[in-house]
Write a protein that binds this ligand. Structure first.
Ligand code: ATR
Length: 276
């Protein structure tokens, strides 16, 4: 019998993960099946238990359960602990192991797929919620010169920056938390939208002149075409625009590696998804 995996969320029908992992399995010759499972809003832990009882070997976890996925784990990775959230669970010897592959997915997409170096660069991270927290550690590991976290609720940005300022990883990076109004006269090489504003076609109040020559504007949202943030970036002369599809595929590849010990090729999968 094939090993079983799933993505658990609410809603989950829109998830591309079953398609992505089917392509990974095909490409690497791994025998597995991967399905989408809808968990009731108050029934995440029970859904995980039921899947384990059915022989499930691991799950991806999507909104709104990433925090709970972290909380039900017996063993957590450093990056999951840092994000206080997990998107990947592995079931082994009666234990639940939790990891968070979102940040690695983002950094790999920027560095490897888009070919943009982060080391020594000026980086702006917009948002201070779960999505921003999930990518902060891998961003710091990429050693930008400056990492500014900007958020509508300024205290949350300050708090997130403050709680990371003294860790060794941040030693090469000037890390700060600010409000959008504080961004005037600052310029960046890479601007990442980790807010949920694109969901409502909204846009954080960004000042003019944000993008340095050659700058990348990255929206972690995908499947929405030109989001309000990417349209803004295009109008304000950002040199490169990217949505979160590459991050989606890269975080999936890292989950696949955690489960199967083999890293699939991401490029053909990204191409296939872009076609539809
Ligand atoms: P997620 O897990 O997607 O990060 P979240 O924890 O609810 O969800 O955080 C949403 C983030 O998007 C927050 O940083 C939020 O700003 P506040 O902390 O001030 O609420 C940000 N956000 C949502 N809509 C926004 C908008 N229209 N403009 C600016 N920021 C927005």
């Amino acid at each position: 019998m094939s090993d079983r995996y799933a993505v658990i969320g609410h809603p989950v029908a829109h998830s591309q993960s079953p398609r992505i992992h089917a392509m990974f399995a095909d490409q690497t010759g791994q025998e597995l099946v991967y399905e989408a499972r809808l968990a009731p809003l108050k029934g995440f832990a029970d859904s995980v238990k039921a899947f384990v009882a059915e022989g499930g070997r691991g799950v991806n976890v999507t909104l709104p359960f990433k925090l709970q996925a972290y909380e039900i784990a017996d063993v957590v990775s450093e990056r999951a602990r840092h994000a206080r959230a997990a998107n990947t669970l592995k079931f082994d010897s009666g234990q639940i192991y939790a990891d968070n592959t979102d940040g690695v997915g983002l950094v790999r997409d920027i560095k490897t797929n888009l070919g943009i170096e982060l080391e020594g660069k000026r980086v702006l991270l917009m948002g201070a919620g779960g999505a921003a927290r999930g990518v902060l550690l891998p961003l710091l590991e990429a050693h930008p010169a400056i990492l500014v976290i900007a958020n509508r609720t300024v205290e949350k940005a300050m708090q997130l920056a403050h709680s990371n300022q003294h860790q060794p990883l941040a030693a090469q990076t000037v890390l700060s938390g600010v409000g959008y109004a504080d961004l005037s006269r600052q310029q960046f090489d890479v601007v990442i939208n980790a807010t949920s504003s694109s969901l409502s076609d909204d846009l954080p109040p960004l000042p003019d002149g944000l993008f340095l020559p050659g700058a990348l504007a990255y929206d972690m949202m995908y499947g929405k075409g030109l989001t309000s943030f990417l349209a803004y970036a295009q109008a304000h002369k950002a040199a490169k625009l990217a949505d979160g599809l590459g991050m989606l595929v890269e975080q999936a590849a890292e989950s696949f590696r955690i489960w199967r010990g083999i890293r699939p090729e991401t490029k053909p999968v990204m191409l296939a998804l872009r076609k539809t």
